[in-house]
Structure formats: structure tokens, C-alpha cells
Design a protein around this ligand. Structure first.
Ligand code: ADP
Length: 334
């Protein structure tokens, strides 16, 4: 597991429950989403109705699960949590839907990875609060209609564009979650430090925030590693110097690049003069699989404006040279 990976590892899962904001007021950043969701939920409450279905799109670790729990809490409703890959058959979904209580929130993570038949069952459930349960097989199979209590589906996906339009259209409210600004992450870190009973200076929180790749989950994880370092090597207080020294040990640099990210950039700059170079050639130079370079390292490098994918191959940007403290070769003049 990478220290700067965005998916939850075991330790994250164990501690995240304690760090989750419990209501919209505690949820940091994402101002537009919060404001809009606040209106949707207030209106539903005032009508005494179940809230509209909500689609949350955004990268892992940005707070989709947290928001779904907040929606349930704000509606005073229970919540059921499952994911697209866990629903292989329409029957799996029927079992979940038919056991929901009135007003319950169903959080469906990675909703784009549901099986096709389950997806079609979900259309009807979302729209009419009804499913057809198929009993039997072949020509003798019959569909038994089943009424469902009104519920709120909160779907989460990394990209709304991955969803088939008929599914997307059945959500009353769609929110796109952006990566967080460093100042927002600084607040996330400050809040988490308080909950973990760790003393942290504002500069210390800022130092961790700058290395957290715009992602609260990574910010919280880096905070825990820095806390360990502060306890072992200092008096437990997280200052800027302590945070920087701790993350240097873990090879997470000032911009949040780890060893793999830097190996890719360094090969691109030092061996190929900044490119263009083909993905396979670059991967061999780094000693990694093509997929690792393409799917694990590159997305963040591209997002940071350090690397560009062009039809002729991978190219380093001027920012990449500056970040590694190297001078680009002079352009050839003829
Ligand atoms: P996702 O479901 O998008 O992968 P999570 O909701 O599990 O992300 O959030 C990951 C971690 O980040 C949780 O520990 C959560 O407490 C924290 N977190 C996410 N968003 C925020 C936020 N806006 N404010 C404070 N903490 C947050």
C-alpha cells in the first residue's frame, strides 16, 4: 500500500469512523455541494418527505461515504452501506431493497460497477419504489411485483460520466466533489489532530496539507505517520520542521510525490531529456509494469501539471524540471 494512495487501507478503515464529521456544519470545504445539499435536505424535512436520490461523484477519499452518513444523520434516518461490486445478481439488490425501512438511506459505493440486471432493477426501484422479483426460470418464470418503502439512494462514483444516462437521470441531485485546497486540508488536519489528541502548530498542519494531494483521507493518514515521528523523535508536538522531517523519512516530497512518482519523472527527464517517450519504454526504464506507471503514477503527475500524455508519447512540462531542480536542455537551433 502506498502512503499517498487514495483508497482506504486497513488502518484507515479502523480509524476513519472516529474522524468523520457528523453533520454538514462540521464537513470542511466543498462549499457549493454543502450549500445545495443543505437546501435539498431542509426542504425534504419541511415537507416531511424522504430526500431525493443523491449522486456523488469524485475521486476516492474526498468524503463521499462521510456525506452519505451525514445525509442520513440530517434526515434522522438509518443508513445501509453497500457497493456495486458486492451486488452481482439482481436478487442481491432485491434482498437489500426489500429490507429497507421507510426513509432509510442506501449508500451504494462504486455504483458504476453494478451488474446490468441489478442496474435495471434499480431504475424501477428509484422511480416507482417497486421491484419485480423474478420467480422460476425459463418460460415458466413469473415476475412478482413488490412494493418498497420510500428510501433515499446515495450513489457514489469516481466519474458521473461512467454511469448510463438512464441511471444518472434518476437522481434528483448530483454533486461533483473537487479536490480540496491546501487551506481546507489544513483545517481537516487541525480538526483530526484535535480528535486524536495530538498537538499541532498551524505551520505543521500546512506542511502536511501541501503533501496530501488534495485528499482528506491522505491528509489524515500522513498526520498519523507524522504523529508517530513527533512522539519518537521529539516531544510530540507537530511543527513544520517535524512534519517535513517525518515525511522525508516516508519519501513523500513537498508536493506529495512519492518514490514511484519521482522515479517516473526522473527517468523521463534524465534518460529521455523530457520526452516524448513511449509508455512502455518509460516503464522499462523505471523497472515497473506499464499499468503501474500509467494507472498509479501518471494520473497525479498529469493533474499536477508535471507530465503530459501526447500522441507522440510522455512529455515533461517545465514545472517537472523545476520540481526536480534540473535544467531543461537548450532547444536545438539549426
Ligand atoms: P470516500 O467515500 O470519498 O472515499 P470518505 O468519506 O471515506 O471518502 O472520507 C475519507 C476520510 O476523509 C474520512 O476519514 C473522513 O473523515 C475524511 N474526510 C473526508 N471529507 C472530509 C471533510 N470535508 N471534512 C473533514 N474530513 C473529511
Amino acid at each position: 500500500e502506498r502512503l499517498v494512495g487514495a483508497s482506504a487501507d486497513r488502518e484507515d478503515q479502523a480509524v476513519e469512523a472516529a474522524l468523520r464529521p457528523k453533520d454538514l456544519g462540521e464537513f470542511i470545504g466543498q462549499e457549493k455541494v454543502r450549500e445545495q445539499l443543505d437546501l435539498v435536505l431542509r426542504a425534504a424535512r419541511a415537507r416531511g418527505a424522504t430526500a431525493d436520490h443523491v449522486l456523488l461523484s469524485g475521486a476516492p477519499g474526498l468524503g463521499k461515504t462521510t456525506l452519505s452518513m451525514i445525509i442520513a444523520a440530517e434526515m434522522g434516518a438509518p443508513i445501509r452501506i453497500t457497493s456495486g461490486p458486492a451486488i452481482q445478481h439482481a436478487g442481491d439488490l432485491a434482498a437489500i431493497l426489500s429490507s429497507l425501512q421507510e426513509g432509510e438511506v442506501l449508500f451504494l459505493d462504486e455504483i458504476h460497477r453494478m451488474s446490468r440486471p441489478a442496474e435495471e432493477m434499480l431504475y424501477m426501484a428509484m422511480e416507482d419504489f417497486r421491484v419485480d422479483v423474478i420467480v422460476g426460470k425459463g418460460p415458466g418464470a413469473t415476475a412478482i411485483p413488490l412494493e418498497l418503502p420510500p428510501f433515499t439512494l446515495v450513489g457514489a462514483t469516481t466519474r458521473a460520466g461512467l454511469l448510463p444516462p438512464p441511471l444518472r437521470d434518476r437522481f434528483g441531485f448530483t454533486a461533483h466533489m473537487e479536490f480540496y485546497e491546501p487551506a481546507e486540508l489544513q483545517r481537516v488536519i487541525h480538526r483530526s489532530a484535535g480528535l486524536l489528541d495530538v498537538e499541532i502548530e498551524p505551520d505543521g498542519a500546512a506542511e502536511i496539507a501541501g503533501r496530501s494531494r488534495g485528499t482528506p483521507r491522505i491528509a489524515n493518514r500522513l498526520l498519523r505517520r507524522v504523529r508517530d515521528y513527533a512522539q519518537v523523535k521529539a516531544d510530540g508536538v507537530i511543527t513544520r520542521e517535524i512534519a517535513a522531517a517525518a515525511l522525508a523519512v516516508y519519501e513523500v516530497d513537498a508536493r506529495g510525490l512519492d518514490r514511484l512518482d519521482r522515479a517516473v519523472l526522473e527517468a523521463l527527464l534524465k534518460l529521455f531529456g523530457g520526452g516524448p517517450v513511449g509508455l512502455s519504454t518509460l516503464a522499462v526504464a523505471v523497472g515497473e509494469e506499464r499499468e503501474t506507471v500509467e494507472e498509479v503514477a501518471e494520473p497525479f503527475l498529469v493533474r499536477e501539471g508535471l507530465l503530459a500524455r501526447t500522441p507522440r508519447g510522455r512529455v515533461a512540462t517545465p514545472a517537472a524540471w523545476a520540481h526536480l531542480g534540473l535544467t531543461p536542455p537548450r532547444p536545438q537551433t539549426s
